[in-house]
Design a protein around this ligand. Structure first.
Ligand SMILES: [Zn+2]
Length: 268
């Protein structure tokens, strides 16, 4: 990592010096009572018969670009109106899709953030939506029901999801930190597993400032990826083009205490 000039706050990251254990020094809420990710134990989950199915209506035309932020791979969507939306499930209203990003490991035995029945997967896709009853995204971040994130666990398996291809193909165009490429005509619902049943709980963003505004919808069924696709993700650099290559990997936050929160699931 590059040395930073005196007086400049050390930016957050995933290394020893600026990793998750130190985030709270700049972002105190990272030590709050409703942080994410959490361990999900299926035997302790409340099977709630009142919990409804969720629905998305995504407009492929809302996809804008794909970017290497130095901390993740992120796809941005147009959220200026109710164009690509999520509703139903545990949610009180309509939520607009803003961005999709991925967490992954340096090896395929780690990388996911949520851990279900003690199993950590190779990666986790997050689709971040905000409650369109608030005037804008920044406003939604200040509300406990402001954001809804769908989490899809990635498992290295025999029948890799061909739908991941579109994202993987674009990686060479965004090798280094700050690189961005157009990413048009993409419907992220192709990434959903077949079975839509889910776990849900109230938590936070897993990256600073770790705002506690997220209703999590964690898919029970993982999607399959292959080792080649994981290697491709790990070939991204967390450094800019001018700096030496530093693999962008292990960009996942460790488990946070559940405290008094309840995790619910659909009965199926
Ligand atoms: Zn995330």
């Amino acid at each position: 990592m590059r040395k930073q000039s005196t007086g400049e706050a050390l930016t957050w990251g995933y290394s020893k010096e600026n990793g998750p254990d130190s985030w709270h020094t700049s972002y105190p809420i990272a030590k709050g009572n409703n942080q994410s990710p959490v361990a999900i134990l299926s035997k302790d989950v409340f099977k709630d018969p009142a919990l409804l199915p969720w629905f998305t209506g995504y407009d492929p035309g809302a996809a804008k670009n794909i970017r290497n932020t130095g901390k993740t791979l992120r796809i941005a969507f147009d959220d200026t109106f109710d164009r690509s939306v999520l509703r139903g499930g545990p949610l009180p209203g309509i939520y607009r899709l803003r961005q999709l990003h991925i967490h992954w490991g340096s090896t395929s035995d780690k990388g996911s953030e949520h851990v279900v029945d003690a199993k950590r997967h190779a990666g986790e896709i997050h689709l971040v939506h905000w409650n369109s009853s608030y005037s804008n995204y920044a406003d939604a971040l200040r509300k406990t029901d402001g954001v809804a994130t769908i989490a899809i666990l990635m498992e290295v398996g025999k029948n890799p999801k061909p739908e991941m291809k579109r994202i993987i193909e674009e990686i060479d165009a965004i090798k280094t930190k700050g690189k961005e490429a157009p990413f048009l005509n993409f419907d992220p619902s192709i990434l959903f597993p077949q079975n839509r049943s889910y776990y849900t709980y109230q938590g936070s963003f897993t990256t600073p400032p770790c705002e506690e505004c997220v209703t999590w919808i964690v898919m029970k069924e993982p999607i399959s990826v292959d080792e080649q696709q994981m290697l491709k993700l790990r070939s991204l650099s967390s450094n800019s083009a001018e700096d030496p290559h530093c693999p962008l990997q292990d960009n996942w936050r460790p488990l946070q205490p559940l405290n008094n929160r309840m995790i619910r699931s659909t009965c199926q």
